[in-house]
Design a protein around this ligand. Sequence first.
Ligand code: BGC
Length: 368
Amino acid sequence: MKNKKALIAILAAIVVIVAALLIWQPWKKAETPATPAGEGAVKVGVSMPTKDLQRWNQDGENMEKLLKEAGYEVELQFASNDVATQLAQVETMIDNGCKVVVIAAIEGSSLGQALDKAAEKGVKVIAYDRLLMDNEHVDYYATFDNYKVGTVQGTYVKDTLKLDEAEGPFTFEFTAGDPGDNNAGFFFNGAMDVLKPYIDSGKVVVKSGQTEFSAVATPSWKSETAQKRAEDILAANYSDGSKIDAWVCSNDSTALGVTNALEANYDVAGLGWPIITGQDCDKTNVKNMIAGKQSMSVFKDTRTLAAQVVKMVGQILKGEKVDVNDEKTYNNNKKVVPSFLCEPVFGDAGNYKTLLIDSGYYTEEDLK
Ligand code: BGC
């Protein structure tokens, strides 16, 4: 009798526990809703390097818009190209309860303190466009295929001058990006890998003798710095009226500096413009392409990158598998960071209408 009662009590307890478990469903992962809206929405931090360059304004705006549309609360900051400001801004984002921070670094290896703090507080970090270096707490990286940007530039120059068939010699100069930006080396190496064989064979001559990244780099990617260096090179090597066939620039802000230097200190009317490469399809540079000053740029549709990052943020917050397509290229000196690489495409005066206007990136008005 006693045993029977005890058995019933145990069975009843089991039924209660099972019923409670069925209601509670603890095996279902705590999920952040895909569209957490309104009060208490999940916060995401977006840290951009500067408002000075068109592209980062666009990146910031796109990210903010798409994240808000997905229902997140957004803390967007621009750091005036000042490393200490960016560090403080990212730390504040973490203190303010952001669950994911998306960072386009001014200087790749200077945010370690903030990344350690993120890891301590369980905040996930996505490196945006530029890799965060020398720290293991970088969860993902989303960018364009930076090496490919360089090969697109190098191949454009090679094909336009028909370097394989033509006799030469041709005269080139190079201008690269910021040594503190991990991308800069990828761009330069991509272009150099295409063009170096012609330098080695003597078909291409670099009169300044500056062919190493360290010699051609442009701190902070500043147009003025690129312009000053170009002016010095022109004065030292081309004041005899000799021709330059190509000036290989890693991006549009440096191309702009070189273009300005050539316009004022080189006989463009008599010798014609050298081939000038660029990257970003900034408005000023597209206008220069239309005017025949800059030859090409590489279009990196910031809408695509922003959309990809917003997708990754959602996947992280929902505990889903995060979309990456490269798990070998981007070693930040501590780990290989799982990356998603978007495709860069070539742009010039011939295709800019389809590429930039028909796609809604710019209006006709923007380019007048
Ligand atoms: C970006 C380029 C940009 C450059 C200067 C690089 O990290 O990838 O698109 O032109 O920074 O802002």
